[in-house]
Design a protein around this ligand. Structure first.
Ligand SMILES: [Zn+2]
Length: 490
């Protein structure tokens, strides 16, 4: 009897859970076409992690502006450049007359105007085809921001933590910066010309060359720069990210694909070493416009270099921007191999963007491979829309879904794009009615499962707390619906 009644209780619980799931599904479908209701829903919903998040592009332009004002800069009223080093200002010779301090601009009642123009230059604010392509406007902003050093990192970290907590995001994996180094081997030119001549698929020859480069960089103590980077990062993290923080933060370091081969390899070596030796550095990435001249020319070489470094530092995880391309941006044949090279040659653990998937050769095999090896795809809907004009059914999310590739939803550059993670989920729900509420919950769980967090306990505790928070959120949604129903029938 006891066994029978327990079974009945369990059956009762299951049907109660199923009932709740069905009600949530029905409610979600009822708001799917209403952006305001979706925004309210996703603002409250715990969203796990944001795994594709560029630190400098995620901080809003207003924050950089406030930071810059505290440095007492002079602004070039024509080009909107700024300078806070008076010696450098004087060295600009005739041009320095265009530079005005904030005090001078306030007196002339021009500071507000300069601020607006700068916010537009540092982000997509008010962008309406300014006569330059959206991808150029987007990528150019990075060179204009007062970022790149350690000084403003704390300011940015505070903003990103605050926003993540407000948005119910529990984890950020930030692409922070490259390991700074100006160390260079004496025979750089020789290595450069040799690397350009070698057949990369001849891995014996290529690896012999890279072995020699590794030895050369070790002889000039590249590791000292890695150590300095790790120490600085640890200090900044300790200062600005409290232990009991609601938002867990980890970092990726990265390499710039526009750099010439030897410099690229130096930075890659340093990046892998940092990721191997620092718990806070969970992985490595590769970035900068994929369609740039050097990026396209050296694409395969970069893939083989990643493969080499992954064998040298075999515990390091890496996500790779790959296939952030579309028809018209490059030649059609250049759309056919970037994701597969990142997967098959470089051995990427996750792919960032993967927009050109529909154009990749034999993409069915590639997609099956990604599903089988659990290589997650980081989908950045608004970024793809703004930079590449790829959206709705031209976006390959349907292909990734069709083959059950693990999907995570991320922001890319929320600051420059004037967006946030909630916005990405709103676009997902509204544009892709085939993606159910249950599937969206799976994407959110994926954002912790496929994170590169090294500490197994921390990862598990984030999964557990996400499950608890989601349960509370769903209860609240249903209670609110009950309350509204009662009020309506009064
Ligand atoms: Zn990106």
């Amino acid at each position: 009897m006891l066994i029978v009644s327990s079974t009945l209780v369990i059956q009762g619980c299951i049907s109660e859970n199923e009932k709740s799931s069905q009600r949530l599904h029905t409610y979600f479908e009822s708001i799917r076409n209403n952006e305001a209701l979706l925004t309210a829903f996703f603002s409250e919903m715990p969203k796990g992690g944001d795994l594709h998040n560029h630190f400098s592009g995620s901080v809003y332009a207003e924050t950089y502006w406030n930071y810059l004002l505290r440095m007492r800069p002079w602004f070039d009223t024509v080009t909107l450049a700024f300078e806070y080093d008076s010696i450098k200002l004087v060295n600009k010779k005739g041009d320095y007359r265009r530079y005005k301090s904030a005090t001078q601009l306030i007196a002339a009642k021009k500071l507000a105007d300069i601020k607006q123009r700068i916010l537009q230059a540092w982000s997509v604010k008010d962008y309406v085809d300014l006569g330059i392509p959206s991808h150029k406007h987007f990528f150019d902003t990075f060179g204009k921001l007062p970022s790149g050093g350690w000084k403003e990192t704390g300011v940015g970290l505070q903003e990103l933590q605050y926003r993540a907590a407000r948005e119910n995001v529990q984890y950020l994996e930030l692409m922070l910066r490259s390991v700074p180094s100006d160390k260079m081997v004496t025979d750089e030119a020789h290595y450069t010309s040799s690397l350009k001549l070698v057949d990369y698929s001849d891995t014996v020859r290529l690896h012999a060359m890279l072995d020699s480069l590794v030895a050369a960089f070790r002889s000039i103590d590249l590791s000292a720069d890695v150590k300095a980077f790790n120490e600085k990062l640890q200090a900044i993290h300790n200062q600005y990210v409290p232990d009991n923080n609601a938002v867990t933060i980890r970092y990726q370091t990265y390499v710039n694909r526009r750099n010439e081969p030897v410099k690229f390899f130096r930075d890659l070596l340093a990046a892998f070493e940092a990721a191997q030796t620092n718990t806070l550095v969970t992985g490595v990435n590769i970035l900068s416009p994929e369609h740039g001249d050097v990026s396209m020319r050296d694409y395969k070489l970069h893939m083989y270099m990643f493969r080499y470094c992954s064998q040298l530092y075999n515990t390091v995880k890496y996500s790779m921007h790959a296939g952030e391309l579309t028809l018209g941006l490059v030649k059609p044949e250049d759309l056919t191999f970037h994701i597969q090279d990142a997967v098959y040659i470089a051995g990427a653990n996750r792919i960032g963007h993967g927009v050109d998937m529909a154009y990749e050769s034999d993409n069915a095999t590639l997609l099956r491979h990604m599903e089988e090896k659990k290589i997650a795809i980081e989908i950045n809907l608004y970024s793809n829309e703004f930079i590449l004009q790829v959206k709705e059914d031209s976006h390959p999310i349907s292909l990734y879904r069709k083959y059950h590739v693990p999907i995570v939803i991320s922001t890319d550059d929320a600051g420059i794009l004037r967006s946030n993670l909630v916005h990405q989920y709103v676009l997902l729900a509204k544009r892709y009615p085939q993606v159910s509420y249950a599937e969206i919950k799976e994407y959110i769980r994926n954002s912790i499962t496929y994170s590169f967090i090294k500490e197994a306990e921390l990862k598990q505790s984030l999964q557990d707390s996400l499950a608890r928070k989601t349960e509370l959120f769903e209860k609240k949604i249903l209670q609110e619906q009950d309350l509204l129903a009662r009020e309506f029938t009064k």
